[in-house]
Design a protein around this ligand. Structure first.
Ligand SMILES: [Zn+2]
Ligand SMILES: [Zn+2]
Length: 256
């Protein structure tokens, strides 16, 4: 079962048509990721309307509003299977105040995940040690480091904490060698695949708006790197997806 483990369907024009295009290429599940209070209703509506779409609710480190308390309202929604995306993004130069704001927001959501026993979707960039220390402070939490672009050392430390790592279309980019290294070295049972659409369209779609159908191209690249067939990539990453996001209930008809 090939799944796009991280997409922002609500930011795509004609999401219905984009879902159809992905299904036609064999994509059987979609985790639609919330990033802020403004967009969450659209995310949940997509998950309500489609048996193969699930939702994650969270506040992105760079979302404008400060207080993530709104998330609590959505915890009991039947289509919510995860919390996030949440995390730290220090890639751009940030002052100490913004950094501590991101850390407080991340800590709040990790705490919520601990209470609710929900897996987390983590966004981390340019903040390796700060991210790892917050993950270590919440040892009961499980989850995935999405669109991973950091060092193998960081991936390895996250694996030790029980986390999964998700590979995006960056693995197909000419300058994506560090991501290819991670995609080669990850243990098979911790690997996920995603688009993060509408951003980061993989080769051969560079320059286009990314969409869930293109997860097939990223999966093919991962297969090449690991010596796996397309079927193996789909079954291994699909199995991992279902193990991590264990509130996912598959549609009655069709699919695995
Ligand atoms: Zn992200
Ligand atoms: Zn995202």
């Amino acid at each position: 079962m090939l799944v796009d483990s991280h997409c922002h369907l609500n930011y795509l024009d004609e999401p219905e048509a984009r879902l159809q295009a992905a299904r036609a290429r064999g994509v059987q599940g979609f985790l639609c990721i919330g990033v802020d209070a403004e967009g969450i209703e659209a995310v949940l509506a997509l998950a309500d309307d489609h048996a193969d779409v699930w939702a994650s609710v969270g506040q992105h480190p760079e979302a404008a509003a400060a207080d993530p308390g709104w998330i609590d309202t959505y915890l009991d929604h039947p289509r919510v299977v995860a919390l996030g995306e949440m995390g730290l993004d220090f890639y751009r130069e940030h002052g100490a105040q913004e950094k501590s704001r991101q850390q407080a927001r991340f800590d709040y959501q990790l705490h919520l995940a601990e209470q609710q026993r929900l897996p987390v979707v983590i966004h981390t960039r340019g903040a390796e040690s700060e991210t790892l220390s917050l993950l270590r402070a919440h040892p009961g939490v499980r989850g995935v480091l999405h669109c991973f672009t950091e060092s193998w050392e960081m991936a390895s430390a996250a694996l030790d904490l029980g986390y999964y790592v998700s590979i995006s279309g960056i693995v197909t980019f000419r300058n994506g060698e560090n991501v290819r290294e991670v995609a080669r070295r990850l243990p098979g049972d911790r690997l996920l695949v995603e688009t993060d659409c509408p951003w980061l369209a993989p080769v051969p779609h560079r320059g286009k708006t990314n969409e869930p159908a293109f997860v097939v191209d990223t999966a093919a690249c991962i297969g090449e790197l690991r010596g796996w067939s397309a079927e193996e990539v789909a079954s291994v990453t699909g199995e991992n997806f279902r193990r991590l996001f264990d509130r996912v209930r598959l549609p009655e008809a069709g699919g695995l």
